[in-house]
Each structure stands twice: as C-alpha cells, then as structure tokens.
Design a protein around this ligand. Structure first.
Ligand code: SAH
Length: 275
C-alpha cells in the first residue's frame, strides 16, 4: 500500500496540454461507516477494492483501509475538528485537479458522506465542474451507536422523532442551534462533534425545558473494539465525560430511549468487533 505524502500530491498532475483534452476521471464518494469494516456496504467494499487512488479522512479506520487494493495510492487528507490537515477548499481543489487530469478516484469519508461529512460541498463542486461522480451510502455514527451500544433510537413508546445535530459550532455566535426544537419531549437527540461543547449543550437544553433527569449517553468509537459507552442523565453528562475522559470521536445521545439500554444489552451476545 503506498501512502502518498501531502507534499507529493500538492504536485498533482499539472493541467494537460490543452491541444490534447483528457476525459475527466470519475469520483466515487464512499461512506466508510463508523469504523468496523464489517459495516461497510458491499458496494463500498467493491469501490475500495477496485480503486486506483483513495483520498481518505481522519475518521476512516485503519481496519477499513486494509480493504483498499495494496497497489492503490492512499492519500490522507485529514480533518480533525481542531487540526485540519487540509482545509476543505484544498481537498476540493485537489479532487478537481486529479479528476480533470483524468484520474478516477474514491473519496472515502467516515460514516455517511452526506451526514456532517461535507460531502454535499464536494459533490456540488464536482457537479459545477462537470466531473462525473456517484455516492455510496455509509452507516452513520448514530446508527452504529444505537445498534452497537444497545440504544433503540426510536423505540416508539419513548420517541417519535430522531434528531441528528452538530455541536461543532454551537459555542460560536454565528451559529445558533434551535435549542427549543432540540429540547422537545418524546424525541431522541444525537449530537455529533459535541464533546468539546458538551457543558454548553447540556446547559442550553435544560434552559430550554429538557429535564435534567433525562437519560443520556456518550458513545465513543462506536462499532470499534475500543468502543465505550457511559450513561447517566442530561444534567450529569459533563461530569461523567470528565470522569471517564471521553474523547472524540464520540456521540451524545439524549432521550428516554437510553433508559432501555440495560434491558437491551442483557440479551445481546457480545458482537464480533473489528480487530
Ligand atoms: N459522516 C460521519 C460524521 C462526521 S462528523 C457519519 O456519518 O458518521 C464527525 C463526528 O462523527 C465525530 O466528532 C463524532 O461525533 C461522530 N463519529 C464518527 N464516527 C464515530 C464513531 N465510530 N463513534 C462515535 N462517534 C462517531
């Protein structure tokens, strides 16, 4: 497997001789799922095995990358919330340059590309520049956290709505989450990228009417061998996170459905996990 260093792919093929136009390559956006390669779709697996070049993000697990053809070029384009290996615009620019030079590639992203994955921005850019593409869905982290941690996200006696929200920018003035909507009863709320702003999230939800005693969980590295889940109440969640040193990638799950977890886990055989 050849790992391509950033520096090298910044020297991506220059524009070809304009007198010899090249047909653009095809870009396949693939959702890699939450980490356990067993949770790749068959289509995603085929795309990985057939790819000659793969641009992948921070959240794509090592276990998943093992399914890429060893002869393919693997390009890490990073992206941790605080530490962007490449800004999003540069990732898009690189993809466009490679495709325009005739290279077909797989753009591999954690979970599902269109759920907090900025896949929307990437396909819009491809569409605008006439680059052919397709999108392979992936299992999003919320689904994995539900199934792997024993949280029935929409158990109908407890939740009629499932909301996926991002906590990424919620501490900044320019992005105000609709706290009123997030604090509704009979709803399960799953918050992505919320660990850094957990205290603020819990405070705002309570200020907007969600009882502090609402069952809540933090699910770290869902589906992987290192998966951890801690449960408590909305009010107690920040202390719990500190006590257990919960770190990204992790989800916050809030709602009455969390209270069913012990019953659900009791009957669940230990799942085979990625190794
Ligand atoms: N497109 C991805 C989400 C990307 S945003 C998806 O559909 O899952 C990144 C955030 O997703 C992380 O900060 C974390 O909140 C969540 N996340 C991704 N993988 C996760 C995992 N295995 N376990 C828990 N949370 C995860």
């Amino acid at each position: 497997m050849s790992f391509v260093e950033e520096a090298r792919w910044f020297q991506a093929p220059p524009a070809q001789d304009p007198s010899a136009p090249v047909a653009p390559g095809h870009v396949t956006l693939v959702g890699a799922g939450p980490g356990d390669p067993e949770l790749l779709t068959v289509r995603a697996l085929r795309a990985l095995q057939g790819a000659r070049m793969v641009l992948y993000d921070h959240l794509v697990s090592r276990e998943v990358l093992q399914y890429v053809d060893p002869a393919a070029e693997l390009v890490y384009v990073g992206k941790q919330s605080s530490q962007h290996t490449l800004p999003q615009e540069s990732i898009i620019d690189l993809m466009l340059r490679l495709a325009r030079s005739g290279r077909s590639l797989v753009r591999l992203k954690g979970g599902d590309c269109f759920i907090f994955g900025r896949g929307g921005e990437e396909v819009l850019a491809l569409a605008e520049h006439g680059i052919p593409y397709d999108v392979v869905p992936g299992i999003t982290a919320a689904q994995a956290a539900g199934a792997c941690a024993g949280i029935a996200l929409t158990h109908r006696e407890h939740a009629g709505t499932l909301v996926l929200a991002t906590g990424h920018l919620c501490g900044r003035d320019e992005v105000a989450l609709d706290w009123q909507a997030l604090a509704r009863p009979r709803q399960t709320l799953v918050i992505y990228m919320g660990i850094a702003t957990l205290a603020l999230i819990c405070r705002e939800l309570q200020a907007h009417g969600l009882p502090g005693g609402t069952p809540a969980a933090l699910v770290e590295r869902a589906s992987l061998a290192q998966q951890r889940c801690v449960t408590g109440t909305l009010a107690g969640l920040p202390a719990l996170a500190q006590q257990h040193d919960v770190r990204a990638p992790a989800l916050i799950v809030i709602g009455e459905v969390v209270a069913l977890q012990p019953q659900i886990l009791r009957g669940m055989a230990v799942p085979a996990q990625a190794g």
